[in-house]
Design a binder for this molecule. Sequence first.
Ligand code: FES
Ligand code: FE2
Length: 398
Amino acid sequence: MSSDISISELVANYKKGYSLDQQFYKDPEIYKKEIENIFLHHWILAGHSSQIPETGDFFLFEFDSENIIITRTKTGDIRAHLNVCRHRGSRVCLEKKGTTKAFTCPYHAWSYDLSGDLIAARIMNETFDKSENGLHQAHVALVGGLIFISLSEKPPSLEEMKKDLADVFDQFGFDHMKLIKQKSYPIRSNWKLAVENYQECYHCAPSHQEFAKIHAMAMTPEKFAARKQDYLKNASSDIRLKPSSYYFDQAIKGQEGYQYDRNPLVTGKVSGSLNGGPVAPLLGKIKDYDGAASEFMVGPVTFFLIYNDHMIGYRFLPLSLDECVCDVFWFVHEDAQENKDYVLDNLTWLWDVTTQADEEIIVNNQKGVDSHFYQPGKLSEMEFFQQHFLNWYLDKIA
Ligand code: FES
Ligand SMILES: [Fe+2]
């Protein structure tokens, strides 16, 4: 700890209803604890199965000092291998994505098959047991085509979420989507400032003009409540309306935290596009537009916004104490064809401008938090969800 105060004292000193003390964003020991207790334990979105359709296809997933090879084996399974050679630890795979028959370490040429088993190790004596030297494996879970991984020995269960939201995954056709674009937005800030920013829409009206024209959530709480009531009263959609709030400090014990909700757009808008009009063929079993979008969140850093005709995935990952990355994923129905059924720039426009604006406000937030004069400030009622994150977070590192 860089000062005399311990982490548990810092946690105990936290005043509910306020932002965090500066040290939570600056202390290397706290960061180390976050990596261990949060990022090496919980489920994180690694990518989508449409990125690796064929045997031997792979891509790398990385954060902090971890690097994981996500690949498809001969049997069609998706596996996640730690990209750490079992000889002396070199990165085995250096290409960010590609197709291969085996992964051969560039250092002394130990070679691993697609399942991660060591298949060749030059000039090792006969007592050396290859079968004990396969690549370490991360847990893999699929939610439709979404690939989640956990680096924990015993990850939290996803079963409750899968059972509870089976209707949602069916309605939106989670098994029948494809990833059409992924874009990384590096942010010079501690990862928590990025996640906290995602948890509140207090900033939406002043910072996201484009978003505010489409999403009712940017309205004041009173106006939003009225709009939501109006939407629910008239909802004729066959998409699930019932929310599920088992997220962050409300998670069921032993289960990964998750949340589902459906919220109205601004009256007259139907999707996340320049004019709020449709941008792609309807997803899954959806028959029409109903002027709303669903939110689905699972694990601490993976969030989805599901319009009737496309889905956005958001993932925040720490790169170091004061640097993180926001990855945005755009999904459409697997049958949709570019330039016939959708135009990529139109479909990605809203969340590209919104994420660029977020990047700027988060970086400015970090600059102020770095000041000698920063002190925890009072949260607004529109930041109640950020409070759930903070409660959970403090419990995690306490
Ligand atoms: S470190 Fe990989 S073969 Fe030596
Ligand atoms: Fe934002």
